[in-house]
Design a protein around this ligand. Structure first.
Ligand code: SAH
Ligand code: SF4
Length: 378
């Protein structure tokens, strides 16, 4: 008895504070219920946090003081900190977000006339090691938590000085920053649910796009659990080349990927898949490869988005010349596929696609055995 009590008294006093930004609406309601509080209180707090951008419980003025005091004792509203903020000549704005232990990820705001798109990161680094990607070349550190993913949107709206309903607020989100979002499935989905929730950001499913390199089983789960607009990083018309450029293809080859795209469209908010295709000079940009792509997609409803390769230090590839990109796009268009070419933005601040590097401490044994990495993420 005595020693038991002694051991207990030696335990450090640990009150673990819940970061409320880590919870989606369902999670927040459950947490409030566990504290004996009603669901409408959770809804109020959700609106304060995400619609009004308020982190201080005392500023949540329609909540009774007794509940505010209780919340202060048990919880925090803690977004990740912004470490730096750089503005490109074209208006693109890149933020470096602290995710602890010397790691930082990037989030990029791209303003356009009719919308403001935020490109968010989901992992510190990426284990999938695509040949042409700066994030992949850095290795992988860890998955971001929900607060770290939704916190990018929270922080950028704060930095823009806007709250919900403001026309300058972020109107579209693409999960196309650092990392493979489907490899961090639960956290990416919880963050997307907040983006979609009317009591939080209220974005339509068509304005939230998840980009994947093709983790087939998780594409099916996404369709069932949180269908949003889908972009698939294709980059090659045949398995031999795709195995080399996008190594996850060795696990989920093109035939399986195409079938997964078809299944996804059964429940998707948009009636097409967007294929991203990075244009690498002399590697994947020939006329014959454009025709092969046409044959590969067959009758699958899709659009192509050609991305001029963005170089980064040490990358072995070159960007396809503009004329080649136009010719490649023409072949696809003549075959009846809507094809756009992505404008390269923010490259003066290394904020263009594939240039995001942040600061990542690699924790993988990359060269040892790549198949081990695949087991970890899929
Ligand atoms: N992991 C996901 C999402 C992040 S990458 C995915 O791979 O889809 C976002 C997009 O940027 C992908 O289409 C990716 O292939 C592309 N990309 C990566 N490196 C690039 C580079 N150096 N130049 C242009 N696009 C690149
Ligand atoms: Fe990862 Fe996407 Fe980069 Fe491939 S392209 S290494 S999946 S972030």
């Amino acid at each position: 008895m005595r020693s038991g009590r002694l051991a207990e008294s030696l335990l450090p006093l640990r009150v673990s504070m819940q970061n409320l930004l880590d919870l989606d609406a369902g999670g927040l309601t459950a947490w409030f219920a566990a504290q004996g509080e009603k669901p409408f209180r959770a809804r109020q707090v959700l609106r304060w946090m995400h619609r009004a951008g308020v982190a201080d419980f005392d500023a949540m003025t329609d909540i009774a003081k007794s509940l505010r005091d209780k919340l202060k004792a048990l919880a925090v509203v803690q977004p990740p900190a912004i470490v730096s903020d750089s503005l490109s000549d074209d208006g693109t704005r890149k933020f470096l977000i602290d995710v602890g232990n010397g790691n930082a990820v990037e989030t990029v705001f791209i303003p356009e006339d009719d919308r403001g798109t935020l490109c968010v990161s989901t992992q510190a680094g990426c284990a999938l090691d695509c040949a042409f990607c700066s994030t992949g070349k850095q290795g992988f550190n860890r998955n971001l938590g929900v607060a770290e993913i939704i916190g990018q949107l929270w922080q950028v709206n704060q930095a823009l000085g806007v709250t919900h309903g403001d026309e300058r607020a972020v109107s579209n989100v693409v999960l196309m920053g650092m990392g493979e979002p489907l490899a961090n499935f639960d956290n990416a989905v919880a963050a997307m649910k907040l983006m979609l929730d009317d009591n939080a950001y209220g974005l339509s499913r068509r304005r939230v796009t998840l980009s994947t390199s093709g983790l087939v089983p998780l594409m099916d789960r996404l369709r069932d659990e949180c269908p949003v607009a889908l972009a698939v990083s294709l980059h090659a018309p045949d398995d031999r080349l795709r195995d080399e450029l996008v190594p996850i293809n060795r696990k989920y080859p093109l035939a399986e990927l195409m079938a997964a795209c078809r299944r996804y469209l059964e429940k998707a908010p948009r009636d097409f898949v967007t294929f991203e295709y990075v244009m690498l000079d002399g590697v994947n940009d020939s006329d014959a490869q454009a025709r092969q792509l046409r044959a590969l997609v067959g009758t699958l409803p899709c659009k192509f988005n050609l991305i001029p390769f963005n170089p980064f230090p040490g990358s072995p590839y070159r960007r396809s010349p503009g004329e080649r990109v136009r010719r490649f796009a023409d072949i696809l268009m003549q075959a009846g596929i809507v094809t756009t070419t992505r404008k390269t933005r923010g490259d003066d601040i290394a904020a263009a696609c594939g240039q995001l590097a942040g600061q990542v401490r690699d924790r993988t044994r990359r060269t040892a055995n790549k198949t081990i990495l695949f087991e970890e993420v899929a």
